[in-house]
Design a protein. Structure first.
Length: 80
């Protein structure tokens, strides 16, 4: 575990540096989830909408996709 000393601004802002953001996946102007555990503040980066949209949901072979499609259509009575 590494430690970094950060500055807290007059309004409570916590200032990070580029190296820390790169290592943790925190993006400038991004969102983080904050929680307190045993008196310690824990920040976890949240994915952006763009990250979620561009991430693959499922990777399957074409034949497997066709098989699943046929099964779904048969279950709905639209495939003979």
């Amino acid at each position: 575990m590494s430690e970094t000393i950060l500055t807290v601004g007059g309004k409570g802002e916590i200032y990070t540096n580029d190296a820390l953001r790169r290592r943790t996946g925190i993006k400038k102007r991004g969102k983080v989830k904050a929680k307190v555990s045993e008196g310690k503040l824990i920040l976890e980066p949240l994915p952006s909408l763009q990250d979620l949209i561009s991430a693959p949901v499922l990777m399957i072979a074409v034949k497997e996709a066709e098989k699943l499609s046929e099964e779904a259509q048969k279950a709905r009575g639209i495939y003979d």
